[in-house]
Design a protein around this ligand. Sequence first.
Ligand SMILES: O=C(O)[C@H](O)[C@@H](O)[C@H](O)[C@H](O)COP(=O)(O)O
Length: 267
Amino acid sequence: MSPNVRITLHPSFDVLAATTAARLITRLLDVQSERGEATVVLTGGSVGIATLRAVKESPARLAVDWSKVNFWFGDERYVPAQSPERNAGQAASALLDAIDVDPARVHFMAASDEVEDVQAAAADYISQLAVAALHEWENDDDSTESAPAVPRFDVLLLGLGPDAHIASLFPEMAGIRSLGVPVVPVTNSPKPPASRVSLTLEAINTAQEIWIVAAGADKAAAVGLGLAGANPVQVPASGAKGINKTMWLIDQDAAAKVPEQLMRRES
Ligand SMILES: O=C(O)[C@H](O)[C@@H](O)[C@H](O)[C@H](O)COP(=O)(O)O
């Protein structure tokens, strides 16, 4: 396993969410002290949203200057804006509505009642990302010769499906195979709803740190395969590799198929 991949085991779902929230607050603080701002990519799913709720409940949240945090989404369900299925709405009620965010720094993927079709929603996010990346590039002294497709992601959260999907990239489907684009429309998601918008693996892997969060026995096989270095087309989670670090933050039920020698315990 590559040196910058770390697996941390937690005794329960709640401890996993609370610890991931504490990690996130600390990471955002550290990045803000270095760079003045920080960027996190949020995920849908039970652990991702529970983590945001745990941030809201943590007194330490008050240490973060939320007005200098940029929020993006790894994927979104292409449903009406007010649908309870929207990751954006779940993130807003779990955390975003309770902290002093700068609305200009919160980047939602378009809803089905905001744009013509899911392809337009994907195109809209590609341009949102490009605008942010260009702004960063213009303000960065040692920038590369041209602006990248996506801005800097300091922490990118990913939930994990039982089939080892991440974001809305599912095994063997077009999304996980996509190259050369940062965002794809999904029209046949095996996880309802069928229509979604997702970052691609290429975009995900531009993140400084990727944190894969998973809980429950139904995720054990996906965790085991993801860590075994399987082909990302069959096991999308195995393709997630942060530039500096990839963390697998899991509870003990999801760890059932992880070799003991790979484990680091937060007990
Ligand atoms: O929008 C989504 O559905 C998510 O982004 C998806 O990738 C999710 O994170 C996993 O399916 C895990 O979800 P659970 O933790 O609820 O199983």
